[in-house]
Design a protein around this ligand. Structure first.
Ligand SMILES: N[C@@H](CCC(=O)N[C@@H](CS)C(=O)NCC(=O)O)C(=O)O
Length: 268
């Protein structure tokens, strides 16, 4: 995509009705992390993505209808992103989305799920502490009270425990990168890029201040960017955010992902 091109978003109904291609739901202008990461996975795999509009939580002001009713009807859930491929069932969970991306990727694209099973154990373990229940994003999401965090188990006790869990996860990743550097690898697993690198580099933007040459500022994401940057300044997090973590994030995003990120929405 060239610099000035704004991406086109089709409707959810159109995406569901199509019988060919890879369609993924997004919120224009917002790097919703699971959607952003899947976009990066598809980019690394050379998969052309058709963007569709993800309906937002809440009720339509005019009709009073649940804005996600159609999404629920189509996918039996409402999480962002959902992924359609050809006429197959929609995929809503990162493990299924990753497996699909791996299988439909372009010839010559990197293998993101390592063939070596020991490496695969490491790769899925690192992804799980990043994306799965009680992982990095999960805990970041319950730092504050709100409609979304309530959906993910926010309560005072869980929220108070979240920062230490985030710190522990960052420390695991940092130790892994350190060990790998000593073996001469700049990747989280083995000697090549894997899904762990792409998911971590993308999702860890929730605890870093990411510059606009990597993540452009839009009307839709400015609040989120401020929140992410403020997380990076929490003393307990700042202490474990090593240059190694930041260098790896920058290297993966600028080498394997589309940077600056293409978001649509209203750039500032
Ligand atoms: N279901 C996805 C995670 C996506 C996700 O948690 N999305 C959140 C936003 S960060 C969402 O849209 N939640 C609203 C909902 O599930 O209704 C997965 O497990 O791979």
């Amino acid at each position: 995509m060239t610099e000035n091109q704004t991406p086109n978003f089709i409707s959810l109904d159109d995406a569901a009705a199509m019988t060919e291609g890879t369609r993924i739901t997004f919120i224009p202008g917002l790097q919703a992390l699971y959607a952003e990461a899947l976009k990066n996975i598809c980019y690394a795999k050379g998969i052309p993505v058709i963007r569709a509009l993800h309906p937002q939580m809440g009720v339509d002001k005019v009709t009073g209808e649940d804005r996600q009713a159609r999404l629920y009807e189509l996918t039996s859930q409402t999480g962002l992103p959902t992924m359609f491929y050809n006429e197959e069932r929609p995929r809503n969970v990162w493990t299924e989305q990753l497996a699909l991306a791996e299988s439909i990727g372009s010839a010559g694209s990197p293998t993101l799920i390592p063939e070596n099973y020991k490496h695969r154990v490491d790769m899925f373990g690192l992804c799980a502490i990043t994306l799965a229940e009680d992982g990095l994003v999960w805990n970041m999401r319950i730092l504050n009270d709100g409609a979304l965090s309530r959906k993910y188990g926010y309560n005072e006790h869980a929220s108070a425990a979240a920062p230490e869990k985030i710190v522990e996860i960052i420390s695991v990743i940092d130790a892994c990168l350190d060990q790998q550097a000593q073996r001469g690898s700049q990747y989280l697993v083995g000697d090549a890029v894997s899904a762990a690198d792409i998911y971590w580099a993308t999702m860890s933007m929730c605890i870093t201040a990411t510059p606009p040459e990597v993540m452009p500022v839009t009307q839709q994401n400015q609040g989120m960017l401020k929140f992410f940057a403020s997380n990076s300044k929490r003393p307990e997090i700042a202490k474990v955010l090593s240059p190694r973590i930041l260098d790896h994030q920058r290297y993966i995003l600028t080498t394997y992902c589309e940077t600056p990120a293409v978001l649509g929405g209203d750039p500032l």
